[in-house]
Design a protein around this ligand. Structure first.
Ligand SMILES: *Cc1c(COP(=O)(O)O)cnc(C)c1O
Length: 369
């Protein structure tokens, strides 16, 4: 199990929700939770000021925030977030997956967005606080989870352009069902040739709302073309694959090699991506982190050298890709089936997360102890 130190610097004032969802209401939601629609009964809030640092940690009833219309985040988008899941194991215990990676990434995102860094121990403690009161919101079914959404906003009332001196961190939680309710099926993705997600020196490696705001229009274009996700190329040359709007991408070459774009600069360093690289190496597969061009993709699919393509991220874990479409061309076929390596890596990873397979790398972190 994880070796991260467990001594947070903040102590909590806890206020329980006086009118939580009833067991019946909660069970009705958990029977069909969807994704990101329903929220548990409690949340965490921690304040930061330039004078006092992090302080005033609270566990409180889930509910609306109140802040000034002049708050910096509403105008200049100084916001970052994380996403990870709590899983219920067969014995009822509740775990999450490599949360120190999310904690460290939140710190890197904070650096890039000129926000304060939350200590790793306090990040971990904030997750435990929510689960300590909302454990009944963690679904009991095989592939369900409680999605945890930590986020940080600049809430200083100030319209000047500089880093805010008043900030707040929150954690909310939302039950999630299996991402693919009818079984895992390959998706078509849309290649955006007009828009970029991130440029050199930009915020591509930070998990910030602004990156998502910029991806919504191309995402809409994807939907209009019958695709569920949008794929971005690197902004500089428009030749290499970067990533999807919210997922990293992998190619299986020659049956024994995984190729994925290197995360230097504009690509978000996914925890799922990193875990897949490790699991693939454990199996003796080669993993290459390098540029992959559209030409290599097209030629590889045509020659049969590239046999599988998939995207990965916490929400959907691994999503097989059948084809990529753009205005001018299509690579792959709509009826391509999910590949064997894709599906076995997916199975292995979800089995570890849900406690059905050995946690060889000490990736699981207990939230309810
Ligand atoms: C969150 C995210 C991912 C996936 O990261 P995980 O840690 O695997 O969930 C990939 N790309 C972008 C742009 C993201 O925001």
């Amino acid at each position: 199990m994880s070796t991260v130190s467990d001594s947070p610097t903040l102590s909590y004032v806890r206020t329980l929700n006086p009118s939580p969802a009833s067991a019946e209401e909660r069970d009705a939601i958990l029977a069909n939770p969807g994704f990101g629609i329903h929220f548990s009964d409690h949340m965490v809030a921690i304040d930061w000021t330039i004078e006092s640092g992090w302080h005033d940690a609270r566990l409180q009833p889930y509910g609306p925030l109140q802040f000034d219309p002049g708050s910096a985040v509403l105008h200049y988008g100084q916001e970052i977030f994380e996403g990870l899941k709590a899983y219920r194991h067969a014995d009822g215990s509740i775990w999450t997956f490599r949360p120190e990676k999310n904690a460290e990434r939140l710190q890197r995102s904070a650096q890039r967005l000129a926000l304060p860094e939350l200590p790793v121990e306090d990040f971990l403690a904030s997750l435990k606080q929510v689960v300590s009161v909302d454990r009944d919101w963690v679904p009991t079914d095989d592939d369900g989870s409680l999605y945890l959404r930590p986020f940080m906003i600049a809430n200083e009332t100030f319209l000047g352009v500089r880093p805010a001196q008043t900030v707040a961190y929150y954690v909310i939680a939302s039950p999630a069902g299996p991402y693919f309710s009818g079984g895992v099926t390959p998706v078509s993705i849309w290649l955006s040739t007009e828009y970029s997600r991130a440029g050199r020196g930009g915020t591509g490696a930070a998990k910030c709302g602004g990156n998502y705001a910029a991806s919504l229009l191309p995402q809409e274009e994807a939907a209009q073309n019958g695709c569920s996700q949008v794929l971005f190329l690197d902004a500089e040359t428009g030749q290499h694959v970067d990533e999807l709007g919210g997922m990293n991408v992998f190619f299986v070459r020659g049956g024994d090699t995984l190729v994925t774009p290197a995360t230097s600069g504009s690509i978000l360093e996914g925890v799922t991506r990193d875990s897949i690289i490790q699991l693939a190496r454990d199996r003796g597969l080669n993993v290459e982190e390098r540029d992959i061009t559209l030409d290599e993709w097209r030629e590889g699919v045509d020659s049969g050298e590239i046999t599988e393509i998939f995207a990965c991220g916490t929400a959907a874990v691994i999503t097989p890709i059948s084809q990529v479409k753009s205005r001018d061309f299509t690579i792959g076929a709509p009826d391509a089936v999910a590949g064997e390596i894709t599906m076995s890596l997916r199975r292995e990873l979800t089995d570890i997360q849900h406690g059905r397979a050995e946690d060889r790398h000490g990736w699981l972190y207990r939230l309810d102890a």
